[in-house]
Design a protein around this ligand. Sequence first.
Ligand SMILES: [Fe+2]
Ligand SMILES: [Fe+2]
Length: 250
Amino acid sequence: MFVDVRKKMTEAAQQLGFRVDLLALANDCDYDPDSFAPLFKAIREEIQKYDPDTKFGEYLDGHLQRVRSEMEEFMLYRGYSAKAARIIGDAFALHDLGKILQDPEIWKLSTAKPERSEYANTERPKHTELGSDALDQIMKKINFVPTPEQEKFLDIARFMILNHHERPDGKGPRGMIGSMICPILNMAIVVDTYDGKMKTGKDHNVIIAEMKGEKHTGRLDMLAVAYYESFKLATGRFFQPDPLALGKNS
Ligand SMILES: [Fe+2]
Ligand SMILES: [Fe+2]
């Protein structure tokens, strides 16, 4: 009952253009990671076995695990509590889950031949809408019935799944604009974008320059980009490009 009311209020707030504050949702969540262990294990298994021919599933799992720890460390660097950082990081590890319900063909693209088909361009953005269904299907498969307290964490994950391609200029899939995107969601969008660019093997400085450049004007919150740049320099968390990532385009 209370879960439904909270969910409806969150949806209504967003439809009315109010900001949904991920920090407030995280602070209100009594999160026990151990209680989600069977679900997280099942989710990773489903992701890893998606499209074994191209290893896209393995790549996707690597991407999601990297951004999970990256988001947690970035939040700690920015002074958020360990609890909030853990919750948001773990929730963000689910953000691309909808991809496993899509036709693997749309993710096939060689870096040597970077044109995408009309079909891929139309289908790819739909993964934000499909993620919640993918989550429900996996929970059903393993008989994971969340408690009301666990639903709070799942609501945060669903929110990040649905909104991780929003843009400050309002041209994202759902049209959230400016301050409707809360600071933590802006941080997550920046982390996701940076990791997505690593697949090309580009240097950190090149990636940051691109994210600050014309191509990304309106796509990213520049304050979040600046904070992320200082986080990377302060912590020295630079990764080698994932060999599985080369040639992928997600
Ligand atoms: Fe995505
Ligand atoms: Fe992603």
